[in-house]
Design a protein around this ligand. Structure first.
Ligand SMILES: O=C(O)CCC(=O)C(=O)O
Ligand SMILES: [Fe+2]
Length: 611
């Protein structure tokens, strides 16, 4: 009988855990990683069963990034016969996905027993064993502190620690067992075995090859450190201790709670108002609630750099004048590679369409809050919705901005768009699509490709509108309208009113994107940086908060189509013997999963995809 053991790579138990500044998880970069201690116990048990003649081959499996191979080497050095690595790349894998992968591997390997640690010390989920048993419809013995196999009757007797003592159960094989601390004392790998393990082959498969789609079934809203404990006091005598217990200890200490109030509760309470920051501004608040206060490092000081000007490119005549076109292509090439952002004038979209969109957006955002509340939602599948900070529960600090969004997907029902702005949004969507196609032609030529190249790979399909509303802010120096970010798109087209506040990062400085009447701002997104092999830059930008307002802007993100297994990577035609690809090929799904796992204000995610 084969025994399969799941081993997880986690931060070593001796490392002092640090929470990432953006609160999206714990730091794992440059930190010692090891096999989860409960998985070591699981592996030890399988090895003992084999050594006792109760089991045959022991197969260690691990699901995760490339570095899991190290954990599997340790498993081989401890004595596992074989190892299988399910390489999930950089996509985070949650317990249900691991359970599905293990189920698929069980169908391939057909073990009689699957042993796992009861939980991993990183997320303490304690779910995978139970889920995989459920998916396989196998018996399960969790929290095992003793396991005895009976080959004759094909059963396992498992003692498990429960609150009231020890429970003994009998499981029909095949079964799943999860291990508790007292089951055994895992062995150390000896040096000769470590050397031998180096030459053993680790079989590698991908979740896709096992027909498992990795889905984020749960969302981590926030990871925070436990409140700091106050320093203790050393007493010099029993009398002093009694004195302190009498006079100081009974008084509950609320000061710590006041200094570090429960941010999550405040976020939930604010979100439940469903009236966004406009609701706060209308209520006349004069102090910024602390959920909006940003760390001084993210705030705009020193002042932005004056003197540098974001390129403004004139498209007049580009459709029928070859010389004008060459000039514009050159300007677009320069601007896309040095700035990643530029403004277009004489772009052909009628001014009344842009003006209509702005007015429609204003009408929506200025509707009574009870009316808007009906559309307030964080449901990713909802095409039309209104929300304050899509990343409210992910980011370190909230932004002073509300957004009405519309996904122009095939499932969009125009009737779902509020009637105060329906016609305007539909017309704006259509014109922006036409403009995007023209810009893609110019960008294709700027890359030395045929004009239709970018359109032919579906980049203009799939667009998504965010109509932002930035109300007047009582303490603009403490917050931001939009935190720094790079756009999760191929291309973003944006219109803004005359108030200003958008800034772009250029050569290490924040530079104002000064509003130009009637212009459309073009912003290269992360995905275009990937497929142009870094020739075009996805640039960081942000929006300042302002005591004046409201400021309105409408962004249209061109995000491609996620259906099918279309892989986007550096365009082959721009690579050569001397120009190697800088990024690997990715599924859009993968990109958006990584993007969605972080809030605005964090570093660019492109490093996930570099070669
Ligand atoms: O409001 C703006 O000007 C910019 C908004 C933005 O960067 C975005 O929606 O991605
Ligand atoms: Fe943006």
């Amino acid at each position: 009988m084969k025994v399969m053991v799941a081993v997880k790579r986690v931060v070593d138990y001796a490392v002092k855990i640090r929470v990432k500044p953006d609160k999206s998880g714990v730091e794992t970069g440059n930190v010692k990683m090891s096999m989860n201690p409960f998985c070591e116990i699981a592996l030890e048990e399988a090895l003992r069963l084999r050594e006792a003649g109760a089991a045959g081959e022991v197969i260690a499996v691990s699901v995760g990034p490339a570095q899991c191979a190290d954990t599997l080497r340790t498993a081989l050095a401890m004595g596992a016969d074989r190892a299988v690595h399910v390489d999930s790349g950089t996509v985070p894998v949650l317990p249900l996905s691991v359970a599905k992968i293990l189920k698929a591997l069980v169908h391939v390997e057909r073990p009689g027993l699957l042993i796992l640690g009861k939980q991993a010390i990183d997320d303490d989920c304690n779910q995978t064993g139970q889920m995989v048993a459920g998916l396989l419809r196998w018996a399960q013995g969790t929290f095992a502190s003793k396991v005895v196999l009976d080959k004759e009757s094909q059963t396992a007797t498992v003692e498990r620690e429960v609150d009231g003592g020890i429970e003994t159960i009998s499981l029909d094989l095949p079964a799943v067992i999860t291990t508790d601390l007292r089951l055994n004392q895992p062995r150390y790998a000896t040096l000769p075995n470590i050397m031998k393990a180096k030459s053993k082959v680790i079989k590698k498969v991908t979740p896709a090859e096992l027909n498992v789609e990795i889905k984020p079934d749960l969302e981590i809203i926030q990871v925070t450190e436990p409140p700091k404990r106050k320093a203790g006091a050393i007493v010099s005598s029993v009398d002093e201790l009694i004195e302190k217990l009498k006079n100081e200890a009974p008084v509950p200490d609320y000061s710590a709670a006041e200094a570090a109030p429960d941010r999550l509760q405040e976020l939930l309470a604010f979100d439940a108002t469903k009236s966004g920051v406009k609701g706060l501004a209308d209520a006349g608040i004069t102090k910024l609630p602390r959920i909006f206060v940003h760390s001084p490092d993210d705030l705009p000081s020193p002042p932005s750099l004056a003197g540098l000007k974001v390129p403004v490119i004139d498209l007049r005549g580009v459709a029928d004048d070859a010389r004008r076109r060459r000039e514009a292509v050159e300007q677009i090439r320069d601007a896309s590679s040095s700035w990643g952002l530029f403004q277009l004038v004489n772009h052909g979209v009628p001014p009344q369409i842009l003006e209509g969109m702005m007015q429609g957006s204003r009408r929506f955002h200025e509707l009574p809050k009870e009316v808007k509340a009906k559309l307030y939602s964080r449901d990713l599948k909802q095409n039309v919705k209104y929300v304050c900070n899509y990343d409210l529960f992910l980011s370190g600090a909230a932004n002073w901005r509300d957004t009405l969004s519309c996904n122009f997907s095939t499932t969009l029902n125009p009737q779902d768009i509020p009637d105060v702005c329906r016609d305007e949004i539909l017309a704006y969507g259509k014109h922006m699509l036409d403009l995007a196609e023209s810009v893609y032609e110019l960008l294709s030529e700027a890359l030395g490709l045929s004009p239709s190249h970018l359109k032919s790979i579906n980049l203009s399909k799939g667009h998504f509108m965010s109509a932002h509303y930035y109300p007047p802010c009582p303490e603009p120096e403490l917050t931001l309208g939009t935190s720094k970010h790079c756009d999760p798109s191929f291309l973003t087209l944006l219109i803004e009113d005359e108030l200003g506040g958008l800034q772009v990062r250029h050569e290490g400085h924040w530079v104002d994107v000064s509003p130009v009447p009637g212009a459309v701002v073009v912003n290269i997104g992360d995905l275009l940086q990937i497929i142009s092999n870094g020739k075009f830059k996805s640039v960081e930008h942000r929006v300042l908060a302002n005591r004046l307002g409201p400021r309105l802007s409408v962004a249209m993100f061109f995000v491609g189509v996620r259906e099918g297994n279309y892989l986007y990577g550096p365009i082959k035609e721009i690579l050569s013997e001397n120009v190697a690809p800088k990024y690997r090929e990715i599924l859009l799904e993968e990109y958006f999963q990584v993007f969605a796992s972080r809030g605005l204000g964090t570093e660019s995610i492109l490093s996930h995809f570099t070669l």
